[in-house]
Design a protein around this ligand. Structure first.
Ligand code: ATP
Ligand code: MG
Length: 332
C-alpha cells in the first residue's frame, strides 16, 4: 500500500477550508492507503500562541479529526511533538535546504507580514520541518489544500539534494494530492485571500464548531458582488466571492459548480445564501455532536494519541537511524 502523510496545525479550531480542502479527503484514504495523520504542534509554535491553550487546542484538533471520520484504528493518528524523528530530521534538512529556496516561499511572506524581522526563525524554516514530517515516514502521497503546493515542491528538492549529497536513493519523490472544487476555500471577507484558522477576523471563516446561528450570520455577511448568480460556471470568471460560495455549496452537496448553477443560477445572493447556510448547518451538526461527545472523555482521546505515537515511532525510527548513518553521525 502506498503511504500517505498529512498534518494540521492546532493553531485554532479547524475551518471549513481545512475540512473541505484537506480533512475530508483524508478519510477515504484510510481504507486504500497506509495513512498517517498528525496534529502538528511543532508547526503551531512558529507563530504567536498561548502556551496555556496549546495542549487543549491540540486535543481539540485531534477530536475534530476523529469526529470528521478519522479512525485511530484504521489510520495512525498522533501528535507531532510526541515523535522525536520530526525535529531530528528537520535539523538535518535545515542544513540541506538552501536559504535561496526558503526565500521564495510565499507562505512565509504572507505570515511574517510587514515586520519580517520580528518573525520567528521557526516560521522561516517551517517548510524544512514539513519536509521532515513526510519524509521521516517515506510517505509518497500528501493530501493537502492548494496553498501547500509550493512547500511540497521544496520537500522534493530537499529529498533530491539529500540523496545526492549523501550518495543514496534514500528519500522517495513526493506527490501532492490536491482534490476537489474546494481545494482553496477563500476568506468570506476577501475573495483574494484563503480562509485561515489563524486569520484575525472570525468573520472571515466558518469554524467547524460554529453553531447554526453563527454559520447563518457569517454567510449572510459574506462579501459578494451585486449581480445575481450566473447561469453557468463560465460566468464565475472574475467573480472571486461568487465562485467561492458556489464552490462551497458544490463541495458540501457533492456536486459540481455547474450543477449548483443549474439549480440556483439567476437567484440573488440573499436567497442563495439561505440555501448555502442550511446545507452547511446540516453537514456540520453531526460532526459537532461527535466532537462534543469525544471531548467529554479527554482521557480516551489522549490514549488514542499515545497509541498513535507508538505506531508512528515504529515506522519513523528505523528510517531516522538510516538517515543519521548516511549523514555520518556516530551510531549510538
Ligand atoms: P493557519 O492559518 O494557522 O496556517 P490553516 O487554516 O492554514 O491555519 P493549516 O493547519 O496550515 O491550516 O493547514 C491544514 C491543511 O488545511 C493543509 O492541508 C492546508 O492546505 C489546508 N487548508 C488550509 N486552508 C485552506 C483553505 N482555505 N482551503 C483549502 N484547504 C486549506
Ligand atoms: Mg496554513
Amino acid at each position: 500500500k502506498q503511504r500517505v502523510f498529512s498534518g494540521i496545525q492546532p493553531s485554532g479550531v479547524p475551518t471549513l477550508g481545512n475540512y473541505l480542502g484537506a480533512i475530508r479527503n483524508w478519510v477515504p484514504l484510510q481504507d486504500t492507503h497506509d495513512a498517517i495523520y498528525c496534529v502538528v504542534d511543532l508547526h503551531a509554535i512558529t507563530q504567536p500562541f498561548d502556551p496555556k491553550q496549546l495542549a487543549a487546542q491540540t486535543r481539540e484538533m485531534a477530536a475534530a479529526l476523529i469526529a470528521c471520520g478519522l479512525d485511530p484504528e484504521r489510520c495512525v493518528l498522533f501528535v507531532q511533538s510526541h515523535v522525536h524523528a520530526h525535529a531530528r530530521l528537520a535539523w538535518i534538512f535545515n542544513c540541506v535546504a538552501r536559504l535561496g529556496w526558503l526565500n521564495r516561499m510565499t507562505q512565509f511572506k504572507d505570515k511574517a507580514g510587514k515586520d519580517r524581522e520580528a518573525a520567528s526563525s521557526g516560521l522561516y524554516v517551517y517548510p524544512n520541518l514539513m519536509a521532515a514530517d513526510i519524509l521521516a515516514y517515506h510517505a509518497t502521497l500528501v493530501p493537502v489544500g492548494d496553498d501547500q503546493k509550493q512547500h511540497l515542491e521544496l520537500a522534493n528538492d530537499i529529498a533530491q539534494k539529500f540523496n545526492h549529497d549523501f550518495g543514496a536513493e534514500f528519500f522517495p519523490a513526493i506527490e501532492p494530492l490536491i482534490q476537489g472544487v474546494a481545494a482553496r476555500v477563500m476568506s468570506l471577507r476577501d475573495g483574494t485571500k484563503k480562509m485561515s484558522k489563524s486569520d484575525a477576523s472570525d468573520q472571515s471563516r466558518i469554524n467547524l464548531t460554529d453553531d447554526a446561528d453563527a454559520v447563518a450570520l457569517k454567510i449572510r455577511r459574506a462579501r459578494t458582488d451585486p449581480e445575481p448568480l450566473p447561469e453557468s460556471a463560465a460566468g464565475l470568471e472574475g467573480r472571486a466571492e461568487a465562485r467561492n460560495l458556489v464552490g462551497i455549496l458544490a463541495a458540501v452537496a457533492g456536486a459540481t459548480p455547474e450543477a449548483v448553477l443549474r439549480d440556483h443560477g439567476g437567484k440573488g445572493f440573499s436567497e442563495f445564501k439561505e440555501v448555502l447556510a442550511e446545507a452547511l448547518v446540516a453537514h456540520l451538526t453531526p460532526i459537532q455532536a461527535e466532537m462534543k461527545r469525544l471531548l467529554g472523555d479527554p482521557g480516551a482521546v489522549d490514549a488514542a494519541l499515545r497509541l498513535g505515537a507508538e505506531r508512528a515511532r515504529a515506522v519513523a525510527d528505523p528510517i531516522m537511524t538510516e538517515a543519521e548513518r548516511l549523514v555520518g553521525f556516530l551510531p549510538r
